[in-house]
Structure formats: structure tokens, C-alpha cells
Design a protein around this ligand. Structure first.
Ligand code: HDD
Length: 729
């Protein structure tokens, strides 16, 4: 299949062992003739074979039949969860050998760049749904190591809704569109989801995360990732430590506003996909550090929570996150279907040095992932699909099945054998053979949940208490929105009861928005996770106050805010713009790593005061403020007059203000700001002051306009603006 033509990616996007491993499967038709799937050259691809020019099409037309048959079969079942996703290639490198805790080679050899393929996703929506749904984001990483594939199949939130995998189908049935009318798409704001949540107290902690701004990332490049479960590291001496995995984005963790998310969903449902693609195309390669929290086996019972409970984090104050390596995504896929759609992740893909724990959510996942690929990818040979192949050789006695690609030579496909000289041989541990950690087990077979899992509230409280005021307000708004979409009053009331166990003030504010009475303090939430013969009293949550009241790492307000790299800044300009006031600020922002786009009433270009032709990225028709992180209005008499009179431009600025973004104007363009709604509501005198409201800047280059603007953009958002009033935009 290989045609030895360089792919579009090759020029600027780096090669690695996995890219080379994909190479023989790349097809490129540039300069080639059209053929059937069997290599026959096609002479007429425009007309089917007919009985006469105006006659019926003949069954004999094998070219038509082949083409239509293939087309009819082009779709495969979408993933039941995480159907909507975007992928990228990259590399991972460990900073220092981690041999004291794990023998995994890729975490020890600092000279190795391990190829990775990452797929980010939403959970609830279909494959064609919007990127900006309020949802958890999948963060799945396939490491193609020298010891086989290791998949870290995580999310952008460190906990989960349920404690036992047997509840997963229920959770997903509840959140997916309702079965009678298949509504709503990619949204949890409906009866069945909140019905389920309101009687599953174990979900309280995860619900706080899902209602926070973490569910509305600004970019996949600006999200944390988490392995969620406690895993095991095992070193060469066989000593095991518990480990939690983290991904820390170097660009910081940032979110958009809910109003903005909804608007983006209409204007560009591919917003996150485009953002990731464009960043990689521009050479702005996204980076994350891999972090680990290590807990010695001896400390298994040291904490107030159970390490095996996936609804709990290990607060970073208790066990710091050590940053042990860096992942860089540096190459876009060549083909979405072949790579991003067909990639098959599995939490069960591990390498020597990494092992599982008995987390009951993880245990069920160990079954689910291979099973789902059998249906989705059509049979047991999905590991042979190029993107899923390891970069090391595969030898075993598995044979045949649908779409088998490998041509296994020889007579033996069994072990032990003598006819094939015993090959393939089992690998000794010293040769990299995997041996399971010999955890001691002495137990009865029971269907039960450990009592140590019954604290459902302490970490929900910890999360809420750790948020900044604007973040808390956003959680109140999110719950008011979601429960406002619920049509059954009893569900809303039950949820208020749950919220009252997390924070009285939170429950009170949501109750106010729903115009319901503030719930009385619940003794016990209703819990339907009780077996038929179980006594509900045995399943009571203990309403626990954890000893830690707040944790800095849980608030996005504490994320690094020192860079404007890759941020998108809109310049609103028209004919007659003062080229200097546009180009100097543009150069300063680009110098700091931002991406500047010039928007004008009409497409293509504008003519500056000095007759210079300046290219335009978008007209105001195809752009929108929600696609940008900040906006600037340069000077120039005619340009300023045109922008001031343009309703779309004024709407753009009002909306940017509403979404708390940095706004700047050249002193000569101050009348544009004066035409906005927010200026009318602000007492400041625009012509005198250089900083009017937080993040609204007016000035000239001589008084440091560009520098002040850069500092403001790095702040990401001025959420405090939401407090006094919302701008109607
Ligand atoms: Fe899952 C996909 C993450 C619990 C069953 N899961 C899937 C993906 C991610 C996660 C990121 C998309 C992978 C991709 O991009 O292809 N899942 C999680 C996390 C969980 C979790 C972080 C909890 C900590 N999942 C979970 C449970 C089950 C599943 C408890 C079932 C018992 N997940 C699946 C699945 C999917 C999947 C049905 C759908 C498509 C796929 O696997 O390949 O097997």
C-alpha cells in the first residue's frame, strides 16, 4: 500500500517509532490513476453501466457495485460512551529514572522518547455532537513502549460518579438522551440523569466537579488529566506502591463561561477539535507533565478515605504530586477514521512495573474495553489495525478470525509444541515477561461494598470549599440551569436535599433560583444502591467532615496565569485603520506567543490610512467573540467610525465583556468602547484612565498599552465582572 510519498504532516510534524510503524499502511493517491479495490484501472467513474444511454443500470456493473457496497459499510458503531473525540500523536519522555518505585522501562530510561497517541473526548454526546457540552472530558493516552502498549485511560476529573462498575450501564442510560424521544443530545440537564443522581449519594463528589467550570474547558490543551483509580507501581525487587496518575497542562487549566459554551456549540461545534488541530499545525505543540502520587503499601489504611474508592481523590496536601515526565503532542493524524476512530484503548493494557488494584470500578473496566472493541471494530483482530499495533513484535498462537492481517508461518499454533521447537517461548521476568503482583487475598466471595466507601460527602464539601467565589457562583448557576431543565419537582427537591449535605449556602442559592424552599437538613440522603435483601440502614452514608477543609489544587483560580501563548486575540478594524496602532500591538502579542486575527466588516483585506493593504482573517459575519480570548480596537479615524457604527462589532465587544475577557482600545478608538453597553454602565471616564474596569485597557503604545494588554490576557478571565450585573449580549 505504501507509496513513499511524504505526508502533509512530514514537513513540520516530527517522526517517531510509531509514525514509522504506521508508514507501510499510508496510502497517497497524488499522481496515481484511479483503480478498483482489486487494482483494476477505472476508465469512467462518472457513469454506471446501462442498457442504452437512457436505459436501466446493469447488475453486471461490478465497479458501481463495489463502490456503493463499500460506501454502504463505511460506518461502524460509535462508542457507547466517549463517541465524540479528537486525537493526536506525540511523544513522552521521563525526567529521571523511577526505578525505586517502578520497573516500567519507559519510566526509567531518560533517553527514550516513547511515542503516544492521545484521544480527548466528551462522554455523553454522539459522534457528531458539540465539543462544548457540559460534560466530563476523556483523556486517553496510548504509550507505545518498548515493552508493549500501556494505555492510561483517564478523564479530566479525578473522581467518578459511581463506585462499582456494575452501575456503569445505569449511569450511562440515565445521562444519555432519554429512550422514548432521544432528547436531549450531549446534555445532562434532563430528568433521567438527575433522577438517578438524586438517589445515588455516592455521586455527590463527582457532581460537584461536573457542575464546575472543569466541565467547560477552554481547550483540550488546557485541561488536567487523571487516571482516576489508584493503580500499583511495582519495582524490580517486587515491592509495590500505590499510585495515582495526573496530567498537568503547561498552559494552565482554563474554562469558558457557560453562556459562551452554548454559543460556541452553535457557531462552531468543532471548537475543541479545531483548536487542537490548529495548535499542532501552527507548531504550538501542547504539553503536559505526568504527575504521580505515590503511597507506600504500608500506608493503605492511613487515610480517612479508601484508596480503592474511585469517588475520592488523595488531596495534594497529603501526598504531593511529583512531576516525572513530559508529553508533547506534535503531530496531527493523517486520517480521522483510520486513527482517531479506530484507536482502541483499554485500561487492561499495562506493562511490567504497573499493575491494578481492587478498585471495583477498575475491575469491571478490565472486562469492558476489549468487549466493546469486538463489537465496534468487528472482531478479535482489532489489535492489527495500524493505530493499535504496538511498536514491538507480536508473537503468539492466536489465529484467524475476521479480517486477519498477519500471515503466520509454520505448522504450530499451540503451546507446548515440539514441531515448532517450542516457539514462541514464554518470556522470563528477566526477559521482560509480565508477572502479576502477588497480592495476598484471604476472603469470602461476597456481593458487597466496603463500609469504608460510605463517606459520600466529605470530599464533595472539600471540593466546594476549595473553589474561589466566582467558581462557586458558577456551580450555583450550573445546578440552577440543570435542575431548572428537570421537569419532575420531586427530583429537584431531592437534589436540593443532597446539596444541603454538601453546603447549606449552595443549597440555599440553588433553591432561590428554583424558587423552592431551602431544604431542611437531611439526616440521610435516599440511597437506592441497596440490594433487594439489604437493610437500608446498613447502607447509610456517614456524613463525614474530613479533616482537610480546603485544597489549593482543586481551584482553577490557582492555575498558572503567566503566559498568553496560543491565545487567540481579535482585532476589530476597517478601512482607514491606523496601521501603526494595529501592527505594533499585533507584533507585541505575537511576540508573546499569541495568535492575532484581524476581523473587519468585509472579508479579504482592509486598506489602512497610509494605503497599506492589511489581510483580514474573517469578516464579522464568520467570526464571533466567543472564538477569541481577548479583543483590541486600533485607531484610525475612518476605521473607528466604521467599527463604532457596526452593530456586530459592538455586540462583539459587549459579549467579550460579558464573558469577562480582556479588552483593549487605542486612545483614538475610545469612542468605540463608549458605544458599548458596559461603558454606559461604568462610571469611569474613558479618556483619562488607562485601566477602566478590570481587564479593560485604553492607551497608546507609549504608555505601554501592549504590555498591559498582555498581562490582562494572561489572567484569562476577569470573573469579578459578573458580580455587579450581566451585560445583555
Ligand atoms: Fe470508560 C471509553 C474513561 C469508567 C466502559 N472510557 C472510555 C474512554 C475514556 C474512558 C477516556 C474513551 C477512550 C477513547 O478515546 O477511545 N471510563 C473512563 C474513566 C472511567 C471509566 C476515567 C472511570 C474512572 N468505562 C468506565 C466503566 C466502564 C467503562 C466503569 C464499564 C464497566 N469506557 C467503557 C467502554 C468504552 C469506554 C464502553 C467505550 C468505547 C471504548 O470503551 O473503547 O468500554
Amino acid at each position: 500500500m505504501k507509496t513513499n510519498k511524504p505526508s502533509d504532516n512530514e514537513a513540520k510534524q516530527p517522526d517517531n517509532a510509531k509514525i514509522q510503524n504506521l508508514d507501510p499502511h499510508i496510502a497517497d493517491a497524488t499522481g496515481e490513476l484511479l483503480t478498483t479495490n482489486h487494482g483494476l484501472r477505472i476508465n469512467d467513474d462518472q457513469n454506471s453501466l446501462k442498457a442504452g444511454e437512457r436505459g436501466a443500470t446493469l447488475l453486471e456493473d461490478f465497479i458501481l457495485r463495489e463502490k456503493i457496497t463499500h460506501f454502504d459499510h463505511e460506518r461502524i458503531p460509535e462508542r457507547i460512551v466517549h463517541a465524540r473525540g479528537s486525537g493526536a500523536h506525540g511523544v513522552f519522555k521521563v525526567y529521571k529514572p523511577m526505578g525505586d518505585v517502578t520497573k516500567a522501562q519507559f519510566l526509567n530510561d531518560t533517553s527514550i522518547e516513547t511515542p503516544v497517541f492521545v484521544r480527548f473526548s466528551t462522554v455523553a454526546g454522539s459522534r457528531g455532537s458539540t465539543d462544548l457540552a457540559r460534560d466530563v472530558r476523556g483523556f486517553a493516552v496510548k504509550f507505545y513502549t518498548q515493552e508493549g502498549n500501556f494505555d492510561l485511560v483517564g478523564n479530566n476529573m479525578p473522581v467518578f460518579f459511581i463506585q462499582d462498575s456494575i452501575k456503569f450501564p445505569d449511569l450511562i442510560h440515565a445521562v444519555k438522551p432519554e429512550p422514548d424521544n432521544e432528547m436531549p443530545q450531549a446534555a445532562s440537564a434532563h430528568d433521567t440523569f438527575w433522577d438517578f443522581i438524586s438517589i445515588m449519594p455516592e455521586s455527590a463528589h463527582m457532581v460537584m466537579w461536573a457542575m464546575s467550570d472543569r466541565a467547560l474547558p477552554r481547550s483540550y490543551r488546557m485541561m488536567e488529566g487523571f487516571g482516576v483509580h489508584t493503580f500499583r507501581f511495582v519495582n524490580a525487587e517486587g515491592v509495590s506502591n500505590f499510585v495515582k496518575f495526573h496530567w498537568k497542562p503547561l498552559l494552565g487549566v482554563h474554562a469558558v463561561a457557560w453562556d459562551e459554551a452554548q454559543k460556541i456549540s452553535g457557531k462552531d461545534p468543532d471548537f475543541h477539535r479545531r483548536d487542537l488541530w490548529d495548535a499542532i499545525e501552527n507548531g504550538d505543540f501542547p504539553e503536559w507533565e505526568l504527575g504521580v502520587q505515590i503511597v507506600p503499601e504500608a500506608d493503605e489504611f492511613k487515610y480517612e478515605f479508601d484508596l480503592l474508592d474511585p469517588t475520592k481523590i488523595i488531596p495534594e496536601e497529603l501526598v504531593p504530586v511529583q512531576r516525572i515526565g513530559k508529553m508533547t503532542l506534535n503531530r496531527n493524524p493523517d486520517n480521522f477514521f483510520a486513527e482517531t476512530e479506530q484507536v482502541a484503548f483499554h485500561v487492561g493494557h499495562i506493562v511490567p512495573g504497573i499493575d491494578f488494584t481492587n478498585d471495583p470500578l477498575l475491575q469491571g473496566r478490565l472486562f469492558s474495553y476489549t468487549d466493546t472493541q469486538l463489537l465496534r471494530l468487528g472482531g478479535p483482530n482489532f489489535h492489527e489495525i495500524p493505530i493499535n499495533r504496538p511498536i514491538v513484535p507480536v508473537h503468539n498462537n492466536q489465529r484467524d478470525g475476521h479480517m486477519r492481517q498477519t500471515i503466520n508461518r509454520g505448522k504450530t499454533s499451540y503451546n507446548p509444541n515440539t514441531l515448532g521447537n517450542g516457539y514462541p517461548l514464554q518470556a522470563k521476568v528477566s526477559e521482560g515477561g509480565f508477572n502479576t503482583y502477588p497480592e495476598r487475598i484471604d476472603a469470602r466471595k461476597v456481593r458487597a461494598r466496603s463500609k469504608s466507601f460510605f463517606d459520600h460527602f466529605s470530599q464533595a464539601k472539600l471540593f466546594f470549599n476549595s473553589q474561589s467565589d466566582p467558581e462557586k457562583n458558577h456551580i450555583v448557576d450550573a445546578l440552577s440551569f440543570e435542575l431548572g431543565k428537570v421537569t419532575v419537582p420531586a427530583i429537584r427537591e431531592r437534589m436540593l436535599g443532597i446539596l444541603s449535605l454538601i453546603d447549606k449556602d449552595l443549597a440555599g442559592q440553588v433553591a432561590f433560583a428554583l424558587r423552592l424552599p431551602v431544604p431542611k437538613s437531611l439526616e440521610q440522603p435516599i440511597n437506592h444502591s441497596v440490594p433487594a435483601d439489604g437493610d437500608p440502614a446498613d447502607f447509610e452514608s456517614y456524613i463525614f467532615e474530613g479533616s482537610l477543609t480546603s485544597s489549593e489544587a482543586l481551584s482553577m483560580a490557582n492555575t498558572p496565569k503567566d503566559s498568553i501563548k496560543t491565545r487567540k486575540i481579535a482585532f476589530l478594524a476597517a478601512d482607514g485603520v491606523d496601521a501603526a496602532s494595529l501592527l505594533t500591538v499585533k507584533a507585541a502579542l505575537e511576540g508573546a506567543g499569541a495568535v492575532v486575527e484581524i476581523l473587519a466588516p468585509r472579508h479579504n483585506y482592509i486598506v489602512a490610512e497610509n494605503d497599506e493593504k492589511i489581510p483580514v482573517s474573517h469578516s464579522l459575519l464568520t467570526a464571533a467573540s466567543v472564538f477569541y480570548d481577548a479583543v483590541y480596537v486600533p485607531g484610525g479615524t475612518n476605521s473607528v467610525a466604521t467599527i463604532e457604527a457596526d452593530a456586530d462589532a459592538i455586540h462583539f465587544l459587549n459579549e467579550a465583556f460579558r464573558h469577562c475577557k480582556a479588552i483593549a482600545a487605542h486612545t483614538d478608538a475610545v469612542q468605540v468602547l463608549e458605544a458599548t453597553y458596559f461603558a454606559k454602565k461604568m462610571p469611569a471616564d474613558f479618556s483619562d484612565k488607562s485601566i477602566l474596569a478590570e481587564g479593560v485597557i485604553v492607551g497608546t503604545d507609549t504608555d505601554g498599552l501592549a504590555d498591559k494588554f498582555i498581562l490582562a490576557i494572561a489572567q484569562h478571565r476577569f470573573w469579578e465582572r459578573e458580580k455587579p450585573r450581566k451585560v445583555p449580549a
